[in-house]
Design a protein around this ligand. Structure first.
Ligand SMILES: Nc1ncnc2c1ncn2[C@@H]1O[C@H](COP(=O)(O)OP(=O)(O)OP(=O)(O)O)[C@@H](O)[C@H]1O
Ligand SMILES: [Mg+2]
Length: 276
């Protein structure tokens, strides 16, 4: 049996490959720096004993801090960019794509057979949604922000193209936004009702984070000569974020695919990158 652990900034994603190649998955929240105690915590979350595994595969930001053995078991490190690329292609069933890891931050990887490289990225990601959620909504809970956003209207905080330019621009419809949160500076604080509601603020936040990721991805895919964009990571567990990605893809006639279980792509890719 083998186990792969993706040590993300927010979550540890774990995939266990059983004797019959059956896969089991679980996630635990990250808890500080990556060390042997975190490795033990991840292994415990699988319900198996460390000695049940003949190999431990690790990836994610700080996996290099781990030793190369854990007791008698070898620990194999996989470059996170490689793991993102392989895992994204595998989950989407595609031969090549720009694979976007929408995690705490956002990494974009050009992935083709034999060539997987970091293309670009953004410091805007799921951690930004949580951080601004905490400041503006009093919650950093991604699920709660998603639920609020689903009930809100981002155009209550954004300025639309119609308002900004009086019409359409390129392929963009008049109700597309022109300025994220652009309506707020125009509001008069002397009006006691000026402050938008939490749901509308949450909707504006999701749109801003989703648009930054989608627009960079569309341009990066074109620059890399890749037709398909695959988005993985737990940020796209959130339905409101997926909806924004689809909307932006529609504006630019781009193909954005979100595979099933997108949060496990990097751990899967790591597992696939090392042979037992
Ligand atoms: N149940 C959840 N718990 C935590 N975050 C969630 C959850 N559902 C969705 N998210 C979103 O997913 C983001 C984290 O995604 P993911 O776990 O893929 O990142 P990571 O691998 O920990 O980070 P990175 O790859 O940037 O180091 C959070 O910032 C949050 O916006
Ligand atoms: Mg990650």
């Amino acid at each position: 049996m083998r186990v792969a652990i993706d040590f993300g900034l927010t979550n540890l994603d774990i995939v266990v490959e059983g004797e019959d190649n059956r896969l089991q998955r679980c996630t635990v929240p990250a808890a500080g720096a990556v060390d042997v105690a975190q490795l033990e915590r991840a292994i415990r979350a699988t319900g198996f004993l460390p000695t049940d595994f003949e190999q431990i595969v690790v990836t994610g930001g700080q996996h290099r801090r781990l030793p190369q053995r854990y007791g008698p078991t070898p620990v194999a490190g996989v470059n996170e960019v490689t793991a993102i690329g392989r895992g994204g292609l595998h989950l989407a069933g595609l031969p090549e794509a720009l694979v976007v890891s929408a995690g705490s931050g956002t990494a974009m990887v050009a992935a083709r057979d034999g060539d997987i490289h970091h293309a670009t990225g953004s410091a805007v990601g799921g951690g930004t949604l949580q951080g601004l959620g905490k400041l503006l909504l009093g919650t950093a809970d991604a699920g709660e922000i998603d639920e609020l956003a689903a009930a809100g209207n981002s155009n209550a905080v954004d300025l639309t193209l119609l308002e900004a330019t009086g019409g359409v621009l390129g392929h963009l419809p008049a109700d597309a936004n022109a300025v994220n949160f652009g309506r707020i500076p125009r509001m008069s604080n002397s009006d006691p009702g000026w402050m938008p509601g939490r749901a509308d603020i949450a909707a504006g936040l999701v749109v801003m984070v989703g648009q930054v990721i989608a627009v960079i991805a569309v341009n990066a895919a074109r620059a890399e000569g890749l037709e398909q964009i695959v988005v993985v990571g737990h940020l796209v567990d959130l339905p409101t974020v997926r909806r924004v990605l689809e909307t932006v893809a529609g504006y630019y006639d781009a193909h954005i695919v979100v595979p099933e279980m997108p949060g496990y792509a990097t751990a899967m890719g790591a597992l696939m990158s090392v042979h037992s």
